[in-house]
Design a protein. Sequence first.
Length: 435
Amino acid sequence: MAASSAPPPPPRRLLALTMALAAAVVSAASAARVPASVTPISRTLYHSSDSLLSDIKALVARHPDKLSMDTITASNKGYSTDLFIVTFNHAKESTSNSSKIHVLLSFGQHGRELITSEVALNLLYILTEKRKIAGVDLSSFEKILENLVIKVVPMENLNGRKRVEEGELCDRRNGRGVDLNRNWSVDWGKKEKDYDPYEENPGTAPFSEPEAQIMRELSKSFKPHMWVNVHSGMEALFMPYDHKNTTPNGASAHLMRTVLENLNHRHFQDSCLVGSGGGAVGYLAHGTTTDYMYDIVKVPMPFTFEIYGDEKASTSDCFKMFNPVDKTTFDRVINKWCMAFLILFEEGLRNLREAQLVSQGAVDNWVPMGGDIVEISAARKSSPDKRKLEGLDLGMQELRTYFRLFMLSTVLLMFMFCSRISKNRNRETGNIFDS
Ligand SMILES: [Zn+2]
């Protein structure tokens, strides 16, 4: 039609322009709902959840000998989620799978802590194709990695993260407002005086949330020896408990602390906060994943790492509070924590193995670890360490035989000596009588 091809009269054109402008402003505000004073997500530094996922899928496709990926979907009352699990298992025939240490790492349990998932991606690069961290050669860690099966959950709270990407920068909860680190059953639902429902909503019941259900099943089937729940907001290396102001007692607790203190000393020059989550962080947390991993799944080394926090940032400037916003800090945090994980693997592997060799009692305390510990113990029978022990046993037996022979000959000599003396005495006595 001629009328439609003709330009609109000036007043209509102005109205259309104004409306388009208004629509653009409204859509930008609703898409990003970020006040001007608040730091937005830096798209040059951070992946979107979709691009992070596609980078991970590409990496897994490039390294089928080392990586595999599972996607698990779960739903509850109309709410559903996908959870991606990347498994690193260096296929080497020299190391049997049954003797490997199982490591389970979860990143991004809180939606707003984007930096944690960037560490997850970089750690996967390091496990497969990146040979250096900040110029430091990593070949010395290769032998350690051959002894590990590592499961990485790069974005535990995918729905919550998507809400953050849409502009809810302060939200840490899942896609329907539940804090996934309060939805577990140990001391679930207890509320402190400073309880904030926006932050800490524990859900309608323990494991009401599909994300927590999947993670629970994963922990029960995989039976990790080491668990790390990776968060941001401060810098710390935490062990249980979160729901009380103490650390557990006994050999396994001593082992956890040793590993964290060694990591802190070797890598952080003792600058990290180490201790129980509940004791060191300044508030108690109920229904957390790490407390469940310790109390119920009986993971010997369950930890929570807090990898970054900007204490000077305003509490309303959440992205800045929980994530580095400049390239230098971003790179430094990623490099520092990727290296921390490698050192943790080394310390964990050594301490777990030493504990089994040095103290059988400590292993017995981990009975609910069940199958894995039994398998490892059985595998040890043919390991060089066991052979060394067997060699030592043989040496002791020989020593015992020599000792017995020595004692026998000593007794014989004493007997001969005594009988000679008594003969001499008889002779002497005889002489007297004879003279
Ligand atoms: Zn967190």
